[in-house]
Design a protein around this ligand. Sequence first.
Ligand code: ZN
Ligand code: ZN
Length: 401
Amino acid sequence: MVGGTILHSFSILTSGLRADYDKETGLKGQKKVATRKDYYQVLGISPDASTEEVKKAFRRLAFECHPDRNHQEGSSDRFKEINEAYQVLSDAEKRAQYDRYDRLGYSRGFDGSDSFVSGFGDIFEAFFSGTTTTRTRVPERGTDLSCQTTVSFEQAAFGCEKGIDIVRAEKCTLCHGLGTAARNQTIRCPNCGGVGEIRRIQQTFFGRFVNRVVCERCYGEGTIFDQPCGQCRGTGKERKQRRLTVKVPAGVEDGVQLRLGSEGDVGMWGGRAGDLYIHVSVEQHEFFERQGNNILYELPVNFAQAALGDKIEVPTLNGTVTLKIRPGTQAGETFRLKGKGIPYINRQGRGDQLVRVRLVTPEKLNRKQRRIFLELGRSLDKAKAPDHGEKVVQPDEEEFK
Ligand SMILES: [Zn+2]
Ligand SMILES: [Zn+2]
């Protein structure tokens, strides 16, 4: 009924697994973010410069430092820096984020470079007839995983612990996610010679174009690992089968999704792990029906019990209770057993059990029972004679003489 409800941050009872996640530090030295300069300084503008001023400063500096014009040592790096600063400061959203976090030294690994290619690439090409891209290893969030579990009606009502088997990517135990056999041992990338990009010269109808593309071997880092880790082949990750114990809270409904934070695939390069979503199916009960936090139970009652009243044993989730039905109880009448329903998820207390009377008409009667019913029928007719002159159909008396 409340399918898709997401319950946040349920604890998980496995021990030892969390420890792996907490060791996500070894990568810091690899990311370039740590040594990034102040973007405002790079462009030579003040932190409250307008977008127009940012653009102006970039154009001037880009012309000065473009490697095709400026062959001085380091001009390529300087050019990259200018690009990076421009992409962030020219985008209102990125700039706000940068001002708020990154500039103050929270290194989040800002990925500005991809959007440079798509967003600014065209204008840039118009300026310089060529493109330059840079890319650093940015934190990569782990993939969310999902799985399914089935619990009984009672387990859903009172909560339970369920074992769940999953297969997920975890940090390689040998290289701790670095992908390299020898920690911190890198060599200059042989593909790009350490520059991080490849120059491609294209002859076209319009003339000679120099294209700079990011080096696909080192992803623009300029360095690669000397020996890839033998266990994960350099990916830093490996598939692991895990059995997790999940606490299913009391009161869950069929179709609910539980979320276990950071129990999905491991994140890479300092990114956080994905989440694990558990879809819970609740089995139907033999005679209880759930209605929100109430439980509906149909109580079979015969004519005599309904007419004369009775004390009847009624099953509940907490064993049987005695229900007193009064004389003259009608079919479909509902009695309420307070607090015998399903516990509420977000607050104290439980719903009720609703006991609905189902009048059971006997399908077969013996001679004695028939006679009694017949007498009863006559007696009831007399007591409540129709006064509209209608013809009343009487039971066939001949049969019983
Ligand atoms: Zn490894
Ligand atoms: Zn390279």
